[in-house]
Design a protein around this ligand. Structure first.
Ligand code: FES
Ligand SMILES: [Fe+2]
Length: 417
């Protein structure tokens, strides 16, 4: 029996469940069961002028800091005295001190000192701010904001492997996380956006056309960490790795795509708040034989707009970002008209709603790792090792975007979704 008010539109309620990520929301509670990258390690160096930065995750403003002893802290940004930002605070080994009147908070959020309080005041004992787990791996600082005990921080294969090195591209997108993440579950757009539309733009620029291809078959399979997407291109044999292996959408919203020669790319979508998403284009590649282990994982900007603030319809990743952002800040999914070719998007949304229900029942959602043995030495993920030559045309458009392949990290994020 449905006890919802009679005037509640169930589709609108579902829309809210899928898109809202703030504290106490169904999706927010689900998202809080996972570790999310909250910054790149290079953004928070120990020798920085201020070893503390403001960050925002799942609608919560936080101060992320690195103590002189190297340990990390992650606490609510707003000081409970009169609201100044701890993200400009004084970082100490065991906590952080507000810049305004020097109240000090431990890494678990407990107020430790109120220097201007009357002698003997016990007020500080009753003041505690939100504090969360932060850990470092693979060039990222990861945050966990859910109920304790925290699950394992997943050691995905290409993050954890010693013989791999990485770089991090970042895009800051002014739109809801779902319209970014579900693009992975929409393989058909490659035929149109990345091929047909690319040629439209290229033709108008006087550039040669890239080859067009069509999907022959598509399949989606649930697995331990999300959904595997498989495709067979017309003209490819049934043993094409894109069809036999495919690649995953790792829950809640990270795509893993292959490139070539062992290179892969995680596209990690981090919900900043309801209307903002950070995408990390996390490239992982085998280290060259004899090359030293990288001192740090570099970070670079992958913009969705040019200097004039316009979308860049001729560039591969920017095409995706154009269609994600142009849907609106939080798109109204109830106004869509989904058709058969949206089967992957429909499956993804339905699965997310089921996962939200699991969390509401007190269960761990799919993909959360509790057993350290499952996380050691790393978590294997299905990903085709070589993408079809069907993408050569798409890659050509990436090469066109970034003609100096060696000089530009951007050329390395060529895989489409
Ligand atoms: S506002 Fe933070 S100590 Fe006063
Ligand atoms: Fe795409």
């Amino acid at each position: 029996m449905n006890d919802a008010p009679a005037n509640t539109d169930p589709r609108r309620a579902q829309n809210e469940r899928l898109t809202r990520v703030g504290p106490g929301t169904p999706m927010g509670n689900y998202m809080r069961r996972f570790w999310h990258p909250i910054a790149a390690s290079v953004e928070l160096k120990k020798d920085a002028d201020l070893p503390v930065i403001p960050v925002k995750l799942l609608g919560e403003r936080l101060a992320l800091f690195r103590s002189p002893d190297g340990s990390l802290g992650l606490v609510a940004e707003r000081c409970p005295h009169r609201g100044a930002a701890l993200s400009y605070g004084i970082v100490e080994d065991d906590g952080i001190r507000c810049p305004y009147h020097a109240w000090k908070f431990s890494k678990s959020g407990q107020c430790m000192e109120q220097p201007s309080a009357a002698p003997g005041s016990a007020l500080k004992d009753r003041i505690k701010i939100a504090a969360y787990r932060a850990r470092e791996m693979g060039g990222f600082i990861w945050a966990y904001m859910g109920p304790l005990p925290a699950p394992e921080l997943p050691r995905y294969e290409y993050v954890a492997r010693e013989d791999y090195e990485q770089d991090i591209g970042i895009s800051r997108m002014p739109c809801n996380w779902l319209q970014v993440a579900e693009n992975t579950m929409d393989p058909v757009h490659i035929e149109y956006l990345h091929m047909g539309y690319t040629n439209y733009v290229r033709q108008r620029k006087g550039l040669p056309a890239i080859p067009l291809r069509k999907h022959k078959k598509l399949a989606y399979e649930l697995f331990d960490y999300g959904i595997v997407k498989k495709r067979l291109w017309e003209g490819d044999a049934e043993d094409s790795p894109e069809w036999t292996v495919g690649h995953p959408q790792i829950f809640p919203g990270t795509a893993l795509v292959s490139y070539h020669e062992g290179w892969v790319q995680f596209q990690i979508r981090v919900p900043v708040d309801d209307a903002n998403t950070v995408v990390y284009w996390y490239n992982c590649r085998p280290r060259k034989p004899g090359a030293p282990k990288q001192a740090e994982v570099p970070m670079w900007e992958n913009p969705w707009a040019n200097a004039e603030g316009r979308y860049m319809p001729e560039q591969l990743n920017a095409q995706d970002m154009m269609v994600m952002i142009s849907q609106g800040d939080i798109t109204d999914h109830t106004a869509e008209n989904l058709i058969e070719s949206d089967a992957g998007v429909i499956l993804y949304r339905r699965t997310l709603l089921r996962e939200i229900e699991r969390v509401e029942r007190g269960e761990d959602p799919t993909g959360v790792i509790r057993d350290p043995a499952r996380n050691t030495p790393w978590v294997e993920l299905p990903v085709e090792k070589e993408i079809s030559f069907a993408f050569q045309g798409v890659q050509a458009s990436a090469a066109y975007d970034f003609p100096d392949v060696e000089a530009s990290k951007s050329a390395e994020h060529a895989p489409a979704k």
